[in-house]
Ligand binder design. Structure first.
Ligand code: AMP
Ligand code: TRP
Length: 324
């Protein structure tokens, strides 16, 4: 299967990014043709620092490698290295109803949050995402739950194009990690873990161990005592159980069994230690790669070369079908 996914270089990757998206990528690269992207063109639709961007892109590539993406098994690219994504986005924009874009949850949320930065790029964000996916004839898009709506819009756009201009695009499917699709904030377990939630509820993948412990120990939980999965009544503990089971690769039921009789604070301590020891090797890998930036740049430029061939093939077909 051809697989595509990406993450914006807009800050450190966090546990939600890993458990929701990257963990699946690492597994999928073994038996599929995968392209994983650093979507810098999406990152510029919200306020950002142009000076910092080049380093952020490199750091994210280093993180991808440290987390287990293997350039011999998958293609790693930077979105802005391939102008074909933008070219296709323009063409797809011409058949995307504006109402579909205005009803996207992420657009509505970002519009509220960045009141002074409501640009056309923010509205057109899902069209570029559709182009990222469709240009490689991708069949599967592994993402967290918050991106499901965008992949569904991608399907709508692909079908519309195929109907209007003739069979061209494969219709991609969204793939979510059953339990990891929505990792919640530690400080507010009713909202998702995100880079922008102020830090308390979000664990960066390369955070200092003491800080990880502090954040997990002060995670918001209910006032009962039983370690039991119940998203509605016990969102905090359920979220911690989810994280625990994903890090250990066991089911939530198995996790409940293992933790039976433990107090909340004992559980939190166990989870903090588990998280730290899980992240430790990734951290040393990242430190090692940080001194090899030229090697990382080379991986990205090789990735762009391989991806370009596929992207150009789709573009030739699309332009011909559209009479251009
Ligand atoms: P973002 O950080 O919003 O660019 O998201 C990058 C990828 O991580 C997307 O596939 C998201 O769906 C996924 N993701 C982000 N936050 C979470 C979360 N709290 N739980 C699960 N997946 C997430
Ligand atoms: N919009 C995604 C996010 O915010 C990132 C993204 C851009 C993406 N293009 C993509 C994800 C294509 C999957 C496929 O997380």
């Amino acid at each position: 299967m051809r697989i595509f996914s990406g993450i914006r270089p807009s800050g450190e990757l966090h546990l939600g990014n890993y458990l929701g998206a990257i963990k699946q990528w690492v597994e999928l690269q073994n038996n599929n043709e995968c392209i994983f992207c650093i979507v810098d063109l999406h990152a510029i639709t919200t306020p950002y620092d142009a000076q910092e961007m080049p380093q952020r892109v490199i750091d994210q590539a280093i993180s991808y490698l440290a987390l287990g993406l293997n350039p011999e098994k998958c293609i790693l690219i930077v979105q802005s290295h391939l102008k074909e994504h933008l070219e296709l986005a323009w063409l797809l924009g011409s058949i995307t109803p504006i109402g579909e874009l205005q009803r996207m949850t992420q657009f509505k949320e970002k519009k509220k949050k960045h009141k002074k930065y409501i640009n056309a790029g923010l509205l057109n964000y899902p069209v570029l995402m559709a182009a990222d996916i469709l240009i490689y004839q991708s069949e599967i898009v592994p993402v967290g739950e918050d991106q499901k709506q965008h992949v569904e819009l991608t399907q709508t756009i692909a079908k519309k194009f195929n109907n209007k201009f003739g069979e061209t695009f494969k219709i991609p499917k969204v793939q979510m990690n059953k339990d990891g699709a929505r990792i919640m904030s530690l400080s507010d377990p009713k909202s998702k873990m995100s880079k922008s939630d102020g830090g308390k509820g979000c664990i960066d993948l390369f955070e200092e161990p003491q800080i990880i412990t502090k954040k997990i120990m002060s995670a918001v939980t209910d006032t009962q005592k039983k370690i039991k999965y119940d998203r509605a009544k016990k969102p905090g503990i359920s979220n911690l159980l989810n994280i625990y089971s994903l890090l250990k690769d066991i089911s939530v039921a198995e996790a409940e069994e293992e933790l039976k009789g433990k107090s909340y604070s004992e559980f939190k301590k166990i989870l903090a230690d588990l998280t730290i020891s899980f992240l430790e090797p990734l951290r040393s890998k990242r430190n090692e790669l940080a001194s090899r930036e030229v090697y990382v740049q080379e991986i990205l430029s090789q990735g762009a070369k391989r991806a370009k061939i596929m992207a150009q093939e789709t573009m030739d077909d699309v332009k011909k079908k559209m009479g251009l």
